[in-house]
Ligand binder design. Sequence first.
Ligand code: NAD
Length: 431
Amino acid sequence: MSDQLRSSRNERPEQTHATEESALETARRQLHRAAAQLDLDTDIVTRLEQPACVHEVSVPIERESGQIEVFTGYRAQHDSVRGPYKGGLRYHPEVTRDECVGLAIWMTWKCAVMDIPFGGAKGGITVNPKQLSAREKERLTRRFTQEVRPVIGPTKDIPAPDMGTDPQTMAWLMDAYSMQHGETVPGVATGKPPSVGGSVGREEAPGRSVALITRSACEHYGWDLSGLTVAVQGYGSVGANAARLLDSWGATIVAISDVNGAMYDPDGIDTESVPSHDEEPEAVTTYAETTIPNEELLTLDVDVLIPSALGNVITQENADDVSAGCVVEGANGPTTSGGDAVLEERQIPVIPDILANAGGVTVSYFEWLQDINRRSWSLDRVHDELDAEMLAAWQRVRDEFENRDVTWRDAANIVALSRVANAHETRGLWP
Ligand code: NAD
């Protein structure tokens, strides 16, 4: 971490912040922040504040007990001016209509910042997936697919895994859709197992992009990767893949964690010797000589902090304690709006999720291309194309960051909004 960054952070004036926002409020505020930097038709901004459509469906299933239970499912479709809607499908007890809309807006920006020809969507079912048997989860997925069948499809809206769903869930969704369609339609969902049209390299793609963006950020700030100290919260698909790649490039991973706590070693952790969440769930601390709580991991004096577990972990309450030189967001929404404001005042750069973890949706796009062309790519090709896309997106965001003197988050949103607004201006409003 540079001395310049360290001293400027100690000079932060005392300020108060508004209470934390919902995902939808945050998405709209970020839209207006980005729009304020661009000479945009205000009517386009007004249109982008609202989703194009939110589908709410009842999903009845028979439980193992024989009783019928009815769950509520949503599919929010925000904007499709640049192509079909794209976004995850989550099974979580706190899924709401508004959360789906807010996350759909973020997906519009994520696809646009990567220049992928998709728009933003998000869906979910308000359910605790841990309380479902595998057969109940399959029935829930197939019935939800049937309910939203008219509004999804390879050229309409393409779901992907998210919290509480996985490649198997996408395989069921694809099968249910295909059975009704009369032919196999692999392009209706991404994040599927490779045996049914999934892409090699999809699983590790978000972690790979986090590592690539971290490397680019280090180059930008003049920090050498060898000796760079990194703390990673969450050792799942995103965190473990990012940590291992950075480790292989010479960085020193001093802390990794799972839901039970963090492993800490200032001399560096051999990341390959610790199983990821997928390889052995929640096992990080059992391999550790020294453990620290997850809250302490967030405050370690490291060059780069990568929160890759869940949302809302850096908040107005603890952002003052963050000692990292830079935060790279591996999870979706790990920094709350209040936390973001504190880090901005303290001049700690935050590389936003919509850029850093966008490797996931980018390889989902590659998967969709493979599905509609009926041709699989090699892992080398997936890596080469992903690396090139991430570098291009980084350079475009960095240009806005440097030219406009804004935060990295604003810079990414500006790139995304200018592409979406440009498409709206060019297409116009019908009728
Ligand atoms: P995962 O389930 O593979 O791993 C999550 C990890 O976080 C596990 O190690 C788990 O133990 C840990 N964890 C859970 N609760 C925790 C807590 N309270 N404190 C500390 N650690 C905790 O999940 P993932 O796929 O790596 O996703 C992580 C984040 O990245 C999520 O926010 C997800 O939305 C986001 N994301 C995932 C993808 C993807 O394709 N996998 C793409 C983009 C963004």
